[in-house]
Design a binder for this molecule. Sequence first.
Ligand SMILES: CC(C)(COP(=O)(O)OP(=O)(O)OC[C@H]1O[C@@H](n2cnc3c(N)ncnc32)[C@H](O)[C@@H]1OP(=O)(O)O)[C@@H](O)C(=O)NCCC(=O)NCCS
Length: 149
Amino acid sequence: MKIVEVTSDNRELIKKIYQNEIDSFGLMGGADMWMIMSFVRYGKLYVLLDDLGKLLSVAQYQAILGKNAVFLYGFSTPESERGKGYGKKLLELTHEALKKSGIEKIYLTVDPKNVPAISMYEKAGYKIKELQEDEYGPGIHRYLMVKIF
Ligand SMILES: CC(C)(COP(=O)(O)OP(=O)(O)OC[C@H]1O[C@@H](n2cnc3c(N)ncnc32)[C@H](O)[C@@H]1OP(=O)(O)O)[C@@H](O)C(=O)NCCC(=O)NCCS
């Protein structure tokens, strides 16, 4: 198993990431190809792969202008690989990489009903900062969570 920072020339991997977005999030909330390329070129896109190159988990970070902070736009593990510790592992490894590059804070938003994700983030040191009501449309609330290194 290894962590890979995705680069723009790795089109096979980018295709797998795009397919996983559709499988994991459907039409709402997932990243399209425009967003994926933006994370690759102007943010950070990390994946956990097994020894044969199978996708085990994906983390997409956006830079926050003027701050030593990032926004974790998307985080997902393909359905067949969930509950095996891969999300936790990728989160830990990306935290190490971001910290080394001078990042001090990570923000994210999560559906207040998404118990697995909230549990994973809390175990990784994120705290709920506020409830953002109707953040992504009427009735689509989110918790804003933050991790400070
Ligand atoms: C949330 C998600 C990324 C977790 O990834 P994963 O690889 O399955 O997670 P792990 O196996 O590494 O588990 C890490 C922790 O998550 C929590 N967790 C994972 N699955 C869970 C479940 N079914 N119920 C409750 N908690 C769960 C636990 O706290 C777990 O820690 P533990 O192993 O000490 O119990 C995955 O369920 C997913 O991709 N969901 C759909 C997309 C999504 O909701 N992404 C988050 C958007 S903010």
